[in-house]
Design a protein around this ligand. Structure first.
Ligand code: HEM
Length: 347
């Protein structure tokens, strides 16, 4: 009989999870009673355990103790000069995590012989906040040189941005490392498009191990920030599941065949406040994107949208759970990747 083992160890203050060693029943019993446990353990390590460093909320507690306050004040400055920045950094984190995992890959600039993710369709002329991350990274480098990854800075900045616009707060686990490459085609294929239907949204999130509840809760991020006309034109001109007064208002600044980059807020009431208005808007058929309104269009997510629309605490709780999951997708840890010195360039 074979067993699959999973256990945790701590070496030099770093936590590791070890998995995947298959051992037969007889040897596991003899191992449990052996007085030679220690050398055997190391033999097993050599033989086949694979150990991965874990994320940990106190990862930088001795190497960069002021990290959270540096990122927090960086985001407060950014949001007070431009409130939309909370939204832009949150989206930056989402687009990082959905493409090759949360590894800072979407921060890399293109060069003559390298194409990153910035020019992929969902990001081009759209993804923002790179300067804010540069500014925060410089402050972090000034305090703790070569220590904190760009991927961790983005994850923390997303949290601090949400806090700065009255949203919920949670503990971000840290220890992500930065990619040394990016994935242009992944950015085109793995990020959900604004014309997606409900089943596409569900399957694209499932592909990242996020379930329907995670997907519907994370979509509540569309309570802050703005979208360009090119992304909601189809919905306001062609769809019938939209409030007619709302559609008419949105058409005023989003002509049928021009004005692609004209902006509209996701949340007509409070575009710079993180609340449950997104769901109230959906119930009133005032979703800005076709994909948003898919969450309340007679399908499987209607009841959850209704719940969130009247119960902000439940939305916040599910949002925090889903954000924690999203921000740990396929992270690089341990000796994988690197700690980039400049978030735009591989070391
Ligand atoms: C469910 C599938 C999703 C789709 C189809 C989608 C699509 C979009 C689109 C098209 C925009 C406007 C971009 C532009 O016009 O330039 C946008 C903006 C935004 N998205 Fe999403 N998104 C989704 C999920 C998410 C998630 C999971 C998050 C974060 C957890 C998020 C956060 C945001 C934010 C905050 C903005 C506003 C950004 C700003 O103002 O700079 N979105 N999204």
């Amino acid at each position: 009989m074979n067993y699959k083992f999973r256990f945790k160890i701590q070496i030099n203050n770093r936590k590791y999870t070890c998995t995947n060693f298959i051992i037969n029943h007889r040897s596991s019993v003899s191992m449990a009673f052996s007085s030679q446990l220690r050398p055997l353990f190391f033999c097993l390590l050599v033989l086949g355990f694979s150990c991965h460093a874990q994320l940990d909320s106190s990862f930088y507690s001795s190497s960069c103790p002021d990290l959270q306050s540096i990122v927090s004040s960086g985001m407060q400055d950014a949001v007070s000069s431009e409130p939309r920045m909370a939204a832009s950094i949150l989206r930056l984190h989402f687009h990082d995590c959905f493409v090759n995992g949360c590894d800072g890959s979407n921060l890399l600039d293109d060069t003559a012989n390298f194409t990153g993710e910035k020019t992929a369709a969902p990001n081009k002329n759209s993804l923002r906040g790179f300067d804010t991350i540069d500014t925060i990274k410089s402050s972090v480098e000034a305090s703790c040189n070569g220590t904190v990854s760009c991927a961790d800075i983005v994850a923390l900045a997303a949290l601090e941005g949400i806090k700065a616009v009255n949203g919920p707060t949670w503990t971000v686990r840290l220890g992500r490392r930065d990619a040394t490459t990016a994935n242009f085609s992944g950015a085109n294929s793995d990020l959900p498009p604004p014309n997606a239907d409900l089943s596409t949204l569900i399957s694209m999130f499932k592909a990242k191990n996020l379930d329907e509840t995670d997907m519907t809760a994370l979509s509540g991020a569309h309570t802050i920030g703005k979208a360009r006309c090119v992304n909601f034109r189809g919905h306001i001109y062609n769809d019938t599941n939209i409030n007619s007064t709302f559609a008419a208002t949105r058409r005023e600044n989003c002509p049928f065949s021009s004005g692609d980059n004209n902006l509209a807020p996701f949340d007509v009431q409070t575009e710079n406040s993180f609340d449950n208005d997104f769901y109230q808007n959906l119930v009133a058929q005032k979703g800005l994107l076709h994909s948003d309104q898919e969450l309340f269009n007679g399908g499987s997510q209607d009841s959850l949208v209704s719940t969130y629309s009247s119960d902000q605490a439940t939305f916040f709780s599910d949002f925090m759970t889903a954000m924690s999951k999203m921000s740990e997708i396929d992270v690089l840890t341990g000796v994988d990747g690197e700690i980039r010195l400049n978030c735009r360039v591989v070391n």
